[in-house]
Design a protein around this ligand. Structure first.
Ligand SMILES: [Zn+2]
Length: 452
């Protein structure tokens, strides 16, 4: 049988440590705790938590440091150690480093990493309940895990070739963050509070000359300040417009047309109502039945936003019938829908010359459509035509940037918004990258794959 010491070391995942004592006790709420008291080996003693250098011993205050470990069969487990302070020449007077926990943490590394692993996949309230910690603690655990697994965020800015600039709202009241995505890996490489020209300038200023030189193409929405920043900092880079934003413009134009059709249908209902006589209507009042029909028709148009916005291959049977109804009774709205769909398909093309020809035809169709929002859209697309064709030429996939955008929105929604922006950034960096979070006493997946 293995010795108790060996079992405890395995369970607590601690090496280079002497276990001096182990006790089981109940706290004032009746909760069971398993606590081991440990001492560091001589070689591990007096180390600075930041630079890990051996330092001079400073003093030993009269208290014990306690770290919480992962629960064992519902029992709260803890590691306890005598406090010992050191004096680092560079970092000053500090508590000595311990190999099983991050600096400033009251939890073991395994605990912090497990919280980060869960938080990446499930909601914050679930993590809070399961791990028995508060919401703010989750944020701090994630930040420590991120700093350990990915200590140098600047390395993400090395060897960038195709990048995308995007912005996402993270709170109600127009609070935005700027997100820079690597198109080739789908990794978020840079995040910053707010959006606009000044933020983009900060990004370019944080790049070294070498990092700037490796960038070949930059995509984003049609904002003029992106063009201005590119001209100022990286003039040789090709400017592209994300298909995702271009389809978004068409979507907005289509929405305007849908709103017009709905208002028109609604006006018909109101006109009918004015002609009614007072009093309870007769059972077979045909006039009222017709009004009811009109009312339902107006409602169907009002609620057709999703059917019109979705890609046709993803429509549900109900949405398909709605689209069929629009095709039969609202020719103007249906024409607008066709224009949006045509544009979307052009943006999916791989060949620039055929895309160029089709886009020319589309521009003619849209500008002669007599649908005001689409006439305006055609002007906008004509202005950005060069950038749109660049996107097709460079093969900048729309799916990737959209996937990152959706992922960020999901992270924010799952956490019901973030109070601390740094915690949110750490969470996004952890989720939108290929960093693997190691779990206690388990080999890392990528290492297993390379070994086999
Ligand atoms: Zn130090």
């Amino acid at each position: 049988m293995p010795s108790t010491n060996k079992v405890l070391k395995k369970i607590f995942n601690v090496n280079k440590i002497k276990i001096c004592n182990c006790e089981l006790y109940k706290d004032h709420k009746g909760q069971d705790h398993l606590k081991i008291s440990v001492d560091l080996r001589k070689s591990e003693k007096n180390r600075c938590p930041f630079c890990h250098k051996k330092c001079m011993s400073y003093d030993s205050p009269d208290y014990k440091r306690v770290w919480r470990h992962l629960d064992l069969g519902g029992i709260v487990s803890e590691i306890e150690m005598e406090a010992h302070r050191i004096e680092c020449k560079k970092h000053g007077i500090l508590c000595e480093a311990v190999p099983f926990a991050y600096e400033g943490s009251k939890f073991t590394k395994d605990f912090d990493l497990t919280v980060a692993f869960f938080a990446r996949n499930v909601s914050k309230s679930f993590v809070s309940e399961y791990m028995r910690i508060s919401w703010s603690t989750i944020g701090r655990c994630i930040s420590r895990a991120r700093k350990d697994l990915d200590p140098d965020l600047r390395r993400r800015l090395d060897n960038l070739v195709n990048i995308g600039i995007d912005e996402t709202s993270y709170k109600s009241g127009h609070k935005y963050i700027t997100v820079i995505v690597n198109h080739d890996t789908g990794e978020v490489v840079w995040l910053h509070k707010d959006h606009g020209k000044q933020v983009l300038k900060t990004f370019f200023e944080s790049l070294s000359d070498e990092q700037k030189a490796s960038i070949k193409a930059i995509s984003g929405d049609g904002a003029r300040w992106i063009d201005e920043c590119i001209d100022e900092y990286v003039p040789s880079v090709t400017r592209c417009t994300d298909a995702y934003h271009t389809v978004g413009w068409a979507q907005e134009a289509l929405d305007e047309v849908r709103a017009e059709a709905w208002h028109k249908a609604n006006d018909e209902v109101k006109k009918d109502k004015k002609t009614y006589s007072r009093g309870r209507p007769a059972k077979d009042d045909k006039e009222r039945a017709r009004t009811k029909e009109k009312k339902e028709y107006a409602k169907a148009i009002k609620n057709s936003r999703y059917a019109l916005g979705k890609n046709p291959e993803n429509l549900t049977a109900y949405q398909e019938t709605k689209l069929q109804m629009i095709a039969e009774s609202e020719p103007r709205l249906f024409r607008a829908y066709r224009l949006k769909e045509d544009l979307r398909l052009i943006l999916h093309l791989k060949d620039v010359s055929s895309a160029d020809q089709l886009l020319k035809k589309w521009l003619w169709k849209a500008s002669h459509s007599k649908i005001k929002p689409f006439v305006e859209l055609s002007r906008k697309i004509r202005r950005h035509k060069g950038h749109i064709l660049n996107t097709i030429e460079y093969g900048l996939s729309n799916a990737r940037i959209e996937a990152v955008n959706n992922k960020i929105k999901l992270i924010i929604r799952r956490a019901y918004g973030f109070r601390n922006l740094d915690n949110m950034f750490d969470m996004i960096y952890l989720c939108c990258s290929n960093i693997e979070i190691p779990l206690p006493n388990r080999a890392i997946k990528s290492e297993i794959n390379t070994a086999s």
